[in-house]
Design a protein around this ligand. Sequence first.
Ligand code: NOJ
Length: 564
Amino acid sequence: MTNDSWWSDAVVYQVYLRSFADGDGDGVGDLAGLRTRLGHLVDLGVDALWLNPCYVSPQRDHGYDIADYFAIDPTYGTTDDLVDLVAEAHRRGLRVLLDLVPNHCSTEHPWFREALGAPVGSQQRERFVLRDGRGPGGALPPNNWQSVFGGPAWTRLADGQWYLHSFDASQPDFNWRDASVRAYFEDVLRFWFGLGVDGFRIDVAHGLVVAEHLPDLPADGAVDRHPMWDQPEVHEIYRTWRRIAQEYRPDPKYFIGELWVDGTERLRPYLAPDELHQAFCFDLLVQPWDADRLAGAVRSGLATADELGAPAAWTLNNHDVHRVVSRYGQVQDLSAPDPQDLLAAARRTGPVDLAVGAARARAAVMLLLALPGSVYLYQGEELGLPEVLDLPDDVRQDPIWVRSGGRELGRDGCRVPLPWRADAPRLGFSDPTGAAPWLPAPDWFAGYAVDRQARDDGSFLALYRRLVRGRREVFAPGAPLRWVDHPDPAVLAFTRGAGLCLVNVGGDDLPLAPELEQAVVARSGTAGGLVRDSAVWIDTARVPGGLRSVAWDVPSGAGAPARA
Ligand code: NOJ
């Protein structure tokens, strides 16, 4: 598989805007704040940034509930601010991706309001999935579908009909069988592409179309294709979008899908050459810290990428899961995750050993950045931020927390505003004379502040900068991964070009042969050798005699697929 487009081996930095930097003192991060801190991304060496949704929204699900797809929410700035940000980012060598939310909008979107005022059967109602209920007086929902955020996927309107919402009740699903919905989103794409945006991350990209007659799910949930997701008609939509993306020459626009579908065959049509460019590979993110499980996820991600001809997009963190330092610092759950609920598995609670979690997270990012394909980083992971698990109940805002009646913590703990300056009020996130940050950062966040880490060569930030900036020199872009047969089953070992990556996943402390030790170009910890929960990158061109001369049993030419 070859692909020399900019995104095929890019590092993309995810900006959760409301928590990145507050430029106007209202306690919420914004475009002005991001613009002044763009240097942080440049210093890190990333190629692009992806902005979570920042369009006009009542913020019930922090921007994933959109009331106007053609304007920036005043909390974040203006559409002109976005245009300026894109121009500035481009000047500094960064591409800009926005987040597109086509599955649902906000109950405050003018179309939904119009639908509420329009008669049953009208064109205005056709844009949403509105149905009569079942049972006496239609008092029961039209079917038994459940919302991803918990509870029924239907809410009843005052006039008696029900509307479908695969997420929160504030997020009515569009009816993608309606032509006006399709035309509307084509306009949305052209609007933002016209302003210079380089591409979109597509939210719930497998969700748009639902099964035509809205069939109930069988009681045991066993279906070949869930009627809410992954319907074949979605592909025609993406083919149209791809044609639009290709209109931009010489630099076509780009799409990456948030796709939760079962296996390579279901993914195949989404990544056909005339649909989306990439899909997130979440399989690695949901694995515990275990050599076989991690190797398995890498192997299957690479096999899928090869088979479908679309470079993998790896990630360990995002705004929907607990931060990796905390996940890896827990007792690892080696039972097979329930495929229905992979995200919930990445939001487990339980005691956390931060030192262990941090060591593992540092090693894991060395694995990630050595892999072929692109890597998506989530803001704050470059600081090694742990999940904030003990936010006071009354500040939590996530609909998952609200809809589960507090049984599930949800996602607020990975969305706490970033600490920029250890000694500044509000840790430099926002102006001390303005409103309090929308979520409070704990005092201990000071220890993770950017300014403190920038002065410390052993910090997370220093490691991330070295790795992101140096990875293309060590692992030649486009070079395939070849597993190396290491005698210790806890060690993941592979080469790409002249680069060798070794990760000790929970094994015993191991020595490194002297000829390897002197060719180490990056390491996750400070100790020499390959200690438990650490990783090293080695330049094999500096190993006298090459890898074959090394003291462990490497089969001919570091090329054998030992972990098959
Ligand atoms: C997936 C997004 O990543 C998540 O944050 C959001 O709540 C849901 N989609 C609904 O839009």
